[in-house]
Design a protein around this ligand. Structure first.
Ligand code: E4P
Length: 220
């Protein structure tokens, strides 16, 4: 399973990249706003900074703001031209599906975002999306079992033979990451806190303390 970090914060991206386990980055307009990135030129520059920070072979999702087909195509082509790492993130709407189909035809990679049902995931795959992003946490927020959607999409994609990668999004905890892996997600995107949370186990801390104490007893 690939690991993406879900943020536009350069410090967090750098910290995750330094672990050596990072495969890519996802951003969205809210995450960009959270970092105070505003104005077209600054937004585009920030995407380039992210791409340069993570280096080769790391997909960086950059989301279009336009909601109509023509606007999405213009914006997406501009984003894709910024850097080879860029994957154009397109919302799951009728115009979004048209735009993804267009991008597929011209060889631009896409991430279909804001997916909340298996039917939407089928449409994304049919349009040739590189990634489909089912939002697990936001389903949990409304008392639906978000992880069931990952399992359902996995089952359908395997049965039909769709090659779109399932990118478990809106992942908020280490447990979510483990569950996404068990549900068959190809990729998980999460904040740095969830990624680092995977490191923790009290027995690891106790065990390390004991090893070091024993070493000190003999070696001073
Ligand atoms: C995915 O690409 C989205 O940017 C993100 O995972 C949404 O997460 P949230 O529901 O925690 O905002």
């Amino acid at each position: 399973m690939l690991f993406f970090i879900d943020t536009a914060n350069l410090g967090d991206i750098r910290e995750a990249a330094e672990l050596g386990i990072l495969d890519g980055v996802t951003t969205n307009p809210s995450l960009m706003a959270k970092e105070g990135i505003k104005g077209d030129a600054n937004v585009l520059r920030h995407y380039i900074d992210i791409c340069e920070l993570v280096g080769e072979a790391q997909d960086v999702s950059a989301e279009v703001i336009s909601t109509d087909f023509k606007g999405m195509v213009e914006e997406g082509e501009k984003l894709a031209a910024l850097h080879e790492n860029i994957v154009v993130k397109v919302p799951m709407t009728k115009d979004g599906i048209k735009a993804i189909s267009h991008f597929t035809r011209v060889g631009i990679r896409t991430n279909c975002t804001l997916v909340f049902s298996a039917g939407q995931a089928i449409l994304a795959a049919k349009a040739g999306a590189t990634y489909v992003s089912p939002f697990v946490g936001r389903l949990d927020d409304i008392s639906w079992e978000g992880m069931n959607l990952i399992k359902e999409i996995r089952e359908i994609y395997d049965m039909v033979g769709y090659t779109t990668l399932i990118l478990a999004a809106s992942i908020r905890s280490p447990l979510h990451i483990v569950q996404a892996a068990k549900a068959g997600a190809d990729v998980v995107t999460c904040p740095l806190s969830a990624m680092l949370g995977l490191l923790n186990h009290p027995l690891t801390d106790i065990g390390l303390e004991k090893f070091l104490a024993d070493h000190r007893k003999v070696n001073g």
